[in-house]
Ligand binder design. Structure first.
Ligand code: HEM
Ligand code: HEM
Length: 201
């Protein structure tokens, strides 16, 4: 039978993905020195995340969370089938890929939130003026002197830095998953995320 091309990833998913990749790299590299640009890039990432959350309910078939978020059993079975070298083919994200996407989106939310809090602790950004000590008092010293502010500042910065590096690990696993799945299924998933199309038939 003739192979046919069908659109799997709508324009929303593709623009979301590749803008996220560019902005993540920019944010990662600018974190230490170019704080204002870093924050702006982070704000755009937050907007992308909000967009993706909404798109997960109103986007096209394979963009919807209901299409690819599966329970742990299904994810484990999927991982086993990949390990055995005979994965089931899914037109959208496979269950293991879906679990990774949830982790990436949650990780990015925590990363950007801790960034906003670290920025607020320095007196900048939309959360400036709010009580950033909510969690950090639990670990701050009992004496509430001028050292506290510095400590809160560093507390969120440390969480932010940790989450940044944790995201690197997730992204490494994400890309490894894409490469392995592409090999086993004999299809170029990166190309599909660019053109939006996969072959059927
Ligand atoms: C150059 C590096 C990257 C490549 C080649 C790549 C490739 C891909 C591919 C092929 C998919 C679709 C997987 C599938 O077919 O099921 C995907 C999905 C995804 N990737 Fe990446 N990725 C890269 C970097 C990143 C980075 C840096 C992030 C996060 C900061 C990320 C987050 C995501 C997310 C959230 C999805 C789900 C897309 C959606 O449905 O909205 N990727 N990626
Ligand atoms: C995905 C998005 C983001 C990534 C990948 C990222 C990554 C980083 C990295 C790698 C650092 C350097 C940590 C270090 O000191 O070693 C950093 C610092 C920082 N980031 Fe982010 N960040 C993101 C989003 C944000 C957002 C949304 C904000 C707030 C608007 C923010 C505010 C800050 C602040 C205030 C610092 C500390 C700068 C300093 O005083 O050294 N970040 N970030």
């Amino acid at each position: 039978m003739e192979k046919q091309q069908v659109v799997v990833w709508d324009l929303g998913v593709r623009i979301f993905h590749w803008s996220l990749v560019v902005l993540f790299i920019f944010s990662y590299l600018s974190g230490d020195e170019f704080e204002e640009l870093h924050a702006y890039s982070g704000y755009i990432i937050i907007s992308l995340l909000v967009f993706r959350l909404v798109w997960g309910f109103v986007g096209s078939q394979h963009a919807r969370f209901a299409d690819f978020v599966r329970g742990p059993r299904t994810v484990i079975d999927d991982l086993k089938s990949i390990k055995d070298g005979h994965p089931r083919r899914y037109l959208g994200h496979n269950p293991a890929g879906g679990a990774m996407i949830v982790m990436l989106l949650v990780g990015l939310s925590l990363l950007t939130f801790s960034g906003l809090m670290a920025y607020a602790a320095e007196g900048h950004g939309p959360l400036a003026g709010t009580d950033v000590s909510l969690i950090s008092t639990a670990h701050a010293d009992d004496d509430h002197d001028e050292g506290d502010e510095k400590e809160e500042d560093e507390f969120w910065e440390e969480i932010h830095e940790f989450m940044g590096n944790f995201m690197l690990l997730l992204i490494f696993l994400h890309i490894a998953g894409v490469v392995v799945s592409s090999r086993l299924q004999g299809e170029n998933l990166v190309k599909a995320m660019m053109s939006g199309k996969k072959e059927v038939g």
